[in-house]
Design a protein around this ligand. Structure first.
Ligand code: PRP
Ligand code: URA
Ligand code: MG
Length: 210
């Protein structure tokens, strides 16, 4: 199960609004928060559950408890992941958080990625969700995952994205074949500046109005 598309109709609806170039500033940012929430709730479905008994004020009830929520670490890749992670945290409010600050640079027609700050908590045996709305070439995600492995070996490595490309997915999976990639859409192409086409443009710039 290398890539799973989150085909929830509300996720698809929100993504369409984000793609629309007339969706500006705060509306764009709010859309990313809402998408993060839905992606989070879809990810929760992949966790094991157990039956538990609780005492209600009037008697006993049998219910379901999600197992392992206390083991979740979310790693956000600055900057575009910030609103997306705000949404993910609605589904994983007790998650510990890591941060990787990265920027893509164009040098002589080639794209390179610079990580200029990284702080990831100890993650041995944890479920790590690395969040970035855009998985274009996959270069940034690969660098972020390298930072994750410096902090320990996760039990599960989940990549949470909004738009991915086939090449980005292949690049990540060729280095980390066990990564579980969740995305709302896969777009076909990259342009000559490694932007996703049709994509939604520059997610960081649109979210932060620069
Ligand atoms: O898969 P890749 O080809 O590496 O591209 C994806 C990265 O590009 C963007 O970051 P950018 O460098 O624009 O930083 P920003 O989030 O601050 O805008 C985006 O937010 C991803 O992190
Ligand atoms: O299309 C793209 C590619 C990388 N980063 C973005 O924000 N958009
Ligand atoms: Mg950007």
């Amino acid at each position: 199960m290398p890539v799973r598309i989150i085909d929830h109709v509300y996720a698809q609806h929100l993504l369409t609004k984000l793609r629309d170039k007339s969706t500006k500033g705060i509306e764009f940012r709010k859309g990313l928060v809402r998408l993060g929430r839905i992606v989070g709730y879809e990810l929760v479905k992949t966790f094991p559950t157990r039956q538990v008994e609780v005492e209600t004020p009037l008697g006993k009830a049998t219910g379901v408890e999600i197992v392992g929520l206390d083991k979740v670490v979310i790693v956000q890749i600055l900057r575009a992941a910030m609103p997306f992670v705000e949404g993910l945290l609605k589904a994983f409010p007790q998650a510990r958080l890591g941060v990787v600050a990265a920027r893509r640079r164009e040098e002589g027609g080639a794209i390179s990625v610079e990580v200029f700050y990284s702080k990831v908590p100890q993650i041995e045996g944890d479920v790590v969700i690395v969040a970035d709305p855009m998985l274009a070439t996959g270069g940034t995600m690969i660098k972020a995952i390298e930072e994750v492995y410096k902090a320990g070996n996760p039990q599960r490595l989940i990549v949470a994205s909004v738009i991915a490309t086939p090449i980005g997915v292949d690049n990540v999976l060729s280095k980390y074949p066990h990564a579980e990639i969740y995305t709302v859409a896969i777009d076909p192409a990259l342009n000559d500046r490694a932007f996703i086409v049709p994509g939604l443009g520059d997610a960081g710039d649109r979210a932060f109005s620069s």
